[in-house]
Design a binder for this molecule. Structure first.
Ligand SMILES: Cc1cc2nc3c(=O)[nH]c(=O)nc-3n(C[C@H](O)[C@H](O)[C@H](O)COP(=O)(O)OP(=O)(O)OC[C@H]3O[C@@H](n4cnc5c(N)ncnc54)[C@H](O)[C@@H]3O)c2cc1C
Ligand code: FES
Ligand code: FES
Length: 474
């Protein structure tokens, strides 16, 4: 049995932990306000809020219910569009959508309202740009985005900022209740959860053949049906797997840390454009669940985090029973979806050297659209430069081989070279000769090879604008 709080009441289900939350809501609980669109985490129609108890308070985040397994609900608070309705009248968010004409057929509207509510639950200082960005995982097929954007831009002006000195998470909830963004039952949920058994029971009794679920954003986007009645091991129920620590010179990231956790921890704030680049991975909903470990073990040749951590020359810690070992990320990928990881092992964490002021880092990604798309080709580069010379280069590339690729020859060729246009051209040529992409839906092999060269050139143009003659490079 899985027990959790659904909106304002305790709910217990006998569904299997691998059933997806969207089906629980629509088919079992009869809550049909949450819409079913793509069932792949792609459209946002099924967006709900997941509230996870913390040491103090509850952390709420917008997630896609179509790729959220029910086993993740144990001891948590699940909020649907019905759960943010007020007893009387429309909430200010709903009212803004009416006033701005931001809803036509209405199919996407519950998801949009839930994403905006999730945004307001996560900030004490709402602003227009971030409010619009929070909707990047929601697709509308009939209203058009101008009025939806206008509605989102109106939110912060309408509700203002939380009071100075605010907030504990309870005070924040109370402020949102006062503003009628949330109904009045919200502040009482923490007490209700404390009165329940909040251990993730469904995740702790697993067999040795159980499938490991981290965020589930890969697993449930592609094989939800297959996983419905499979034994699952939920990593989010296990202690100590998602922490992020920074010591003087090392960064340690638990495999269960999500993209959101990495952004919030600020570990990339001094690492070139990496922090900004993370905001382009998938959508708010997916970033709230997608983990580092899942990105690496899924071994997609275009996994953005794999590509970034290859350039940071990360080391993985892998555990199996009482044994623990280390492997460099660049040695982890052995062939298409073939890894240096046995079924009995778990990726526990990864570690890399904190970049210093001599390290220049850049990430480039070309995809068919800006948000909610994986790359056609992506690449990251980290250069240690002293006295105008490249002391060490680490360059990676995705979409150009069966694995996320560390560009061994290109990286080695740059060692000891001056930072110059000539060196950048050498890097472009070597990278193109080092890869052997294939034709697929994301582009022809020739296109991807050309693209990689352009992106390698972009690393140099972005990082060394004084030293590089861009016209000569192109
Ligand atoms: C709509 C959408 C958009 C996306 N966009 C992007 C994008 O822009 N860029 C990108 O890189 N990815 C993208 N993805 C893919 C996905 O979100 C990421 O790869 C994510 O990081 C996977 O992490 P997860 O925790 O959800 O993995 P899961 O689905 O939980 O797991 C993936 C695999 O890893 C295994 N696994 C997970 N953790 C461990 C561990 N610690 N030890 C051993 N095995 C483990 C699982 O058993 C499974 O085989 C997108 C996905 C969706 C649905
Ligand atoms: S139904 Fe499209 S994201 Fe869930
Ligand atoms: S209002 Fe129809 S899909 Fe958005």
């Amino acid at each position: 049995m899985i027990s959790f709080i659904l909106n304002d009441r305790v709910y217990t289900t006998g569904l299997s932990p691998g059933a997806v939350t969207l089906d629980l809501l629509r088919k079992e609980a009869g809550l049909t306000g949450t819409k079913e669109g793509c069932r792949e985490g792609d459209c946002g129609a099924c967006t709900v809020l997941l509230g996870i108890p913390q040491q103090q308070g509850i952390k709420y985040m917008a997630v896609n219910s179509c790729i959220l397994p029910a086993g993740e609900l144990q001891g948590r608070h699940l909020v649907t569009i019905e759960g943010v309705n007020l007893e009387e009248g429309l909430s200010p968010l709903q009212q803004i959508f009416v006033e701005e004409g931001a809803s036509q057929c209405g199919f996407c509207t519950p998801g949009l309202i839930m994403s905006l509510t999730g945004y307001l639950l996560g900030t004490v200082d709402p602003d227009d740009v971030a409010a619009v960005d929070s909707l990047a995982g929601n697709i509308c097929r009939c209203t058009g985005y101008v009025s939806i954007r206008k509605a989102a831009e109106t939110v912060s002006g309408k509700i203002g900022h939380s009071p100075a000195g605010c907030c504990t998470s309870l005070e924040h909830l109370e402020w949102l209740v006062e503003k009628k963004i949330l109904p009045s039952y919200f502040p009482g949920i923490e007490g209700m959860l404390q009165a329940m058994d909040t251990t993730n029971g469904s995740g702790t009794n697993f067999s040795e053949h159980a499938v490991t679920v981290a965020g589930g954003t890969d697993l449930f986007a592609v094989k939800a049906e297959e996983l419905r009645n499979t034994g699952l091991r939920f990593l989010s129920g296990e202690m100590g797997i998602s922490g992020i620590t920074i010591s003087e010179s090392r960064v340690l990231i638990g495999a269960g840390a999500t993209v959101r956790n990495i952004i919030d921890a600020g570990i990339f704030s001094n690492s070139g454009n990496l922090e900004r680049s993370l905001e382009l991975i998938a959508s708010t909903q997916v970033r709230n669940r997608a983990t580092v470990g899942g990105n690496i073990v899924n071994a997609s040749p275009i996994g953005d985090l794999s590509i970034i951590f290859l350039a940071l020359d990360a080391k993985l810690r892998i555990t199996g029973g009482s044994d623990s070992r280390e492997v460099r990320l660049k040695d982890f990928f052995r062939g298409y979806k073939v890894l240096d990881l046995s079924p009995a092992e778990l990726l526990e964490s990864l570690e890399y050297t904190l970049p210093d002021s001599a390290t220049f880092i850049n990430f480039e990604k070309i995809a068919m659209r800006k948000h909610l798309d994986i790359a056609s080709v992506n690449t990251a580069a980290a250069f240690i430069v002293r006295d105008g010379k490249i002391e060490k280069a680490d360059i990676s590339a995705g979409g150009v081989a069966p694995i996320p690729l560390y560009l061994e020859r290109t990286s080695a060729a740059l060692s000891g070279m001056e930072v110059s246009t000539g060196t950048a051209l050498l890097a472009v040529r070597t990278a193109r000769s080092e890869v052997s992409p294939i034709d697929d839906v994301r582009g022809s092999a020739r296109f991807k090879k050309l693209l990689l060269g352009q992106l390698i050139a972009a690393h140099f143009a972005e990082l060394f604008p004084q030293e590089i003659d861009v016209k000569e490079l192109l």
